[in-house]
Design a protein around this ligand. Structure first.
Ligand code: PBE
Length: 267
């Protein structure tokens, strides 16, 4: 007879984030592909997921979360991705910048900066960790911009200043995107824009760029995580290419857990 010690320890629960996130759709696929029939994917938010993770780890309890990097949780806790032999969560992801149609004509300076924007997981990590340690997101972003004039110059060199035009950036409350959006907002402010950050649900971010409600976003995870959104909206957005390489999504557990693969969740 089969025992299900792992499943029981986990209460057959995968702790998720907001429903519109691509990692949630992938986790639901994983439940089907790996026949984790008894499991439930619990929707919450990045903040609620990390607080559940923190609580489980302080009690050395079992937990499995929808995870991704870049994310500060990997610097704060000893975590591991579960192997995904069926490839449900895809391979390495790149984060892309997307602009609305017409932005190049309407705000050529912002368009150029957004098009040039490119950094690394370590860069993003510096801001994310500072915010997690309690710094205000705007302040952490401003500090990074101040401390990295060479990188910022690569995005802004040769771009004309503007006179207080308003640009709207879409933001979903994922910690990775809170870091990148606040950072690029500071850079755009630096050349004279009035930047409005418009918070919204993950499922709505792509629609907001497609219908022009927001001018740009720096949070498009491709090819897999937002693959379905990209398919729906690709004719109505401008892909400005990669701003960060080597991102990843998957199911994540504390390193002390005695399992290595998504298949082990059945045990
Ligand atoms: N994430 C962070 C998002 C993209 C950025 C991995 C949670 C998602 O799953 O849609």
């Amino acid at each position: 007879e089969e025992t299900a010690a792992v499943g029981e320890a986990l209460n057959y629960t995968i702790t998720g984030i907001d429903a519109g996130a691509g990692v949630m759709a992938a986790a639901q696929n994983a439940i089907e592909e790996y026949e984790l029939d008894e499991y439930e994917l619990q929707a919450s938010s990045d903040a609620a997921m990390t607080s559940a993770l923190n609580e489980a780890i302080s009690n050395e309890e079992a937990i499995v979360v929808t995870g991704w990097n870049p994310h500060w949780k990997f610097s704060k806790y000893d975590l591991k991705y579960l192997d995904d032999p069926k490839g449900v969560f895809g391979d390495a992801e790149n984060i892309h910048t997307m602009a609305r149609l017409g932005l190049e004509e309407d705000m050529p300076e912002a368009y150029q900066v957004l098009d040039n924007f490119h950094w690394t997981e370590d860069d993003m990590g510096e801001i994310m960790v500072a915010i997690n340690e309690g710094q205000d997101p705007e302040e952490a972003a401003a500090e990074w911009v101040e401390n990295n004039p060479d990188k910022v110059a690569e995005w802004t060199d040769g771009v004309d200043s503007v006179d207080g035009e308003t640009i709207v950036l879409a933001l979903v409350a994922w910690d990775s995107e809170i870091a990148s959006t606040n950072m690029i907002a500071k850079v755009l402010e630096g050349i004279g824009y009035n930047v409005e950050i418009s918070p919204m649900e993950g499922g709505y971010m792509w629609a907001a760029i497609a219908n022009g409600e927001a001018d740009a976003m720096v949070a498009a995870w491709l090819p897999a995580t937002h693959g379905a959104y990209f398919e729906d909206y690709q004719d109505d957005v401008i892909d400005l290419g990669t701003n960060l390489e080597g991102a990843k999504i998957g199911l994540v557990v504390p390193a002390y857990m005695d399992i290595d693969s998504i298949e082990d969740l059945k045990e």
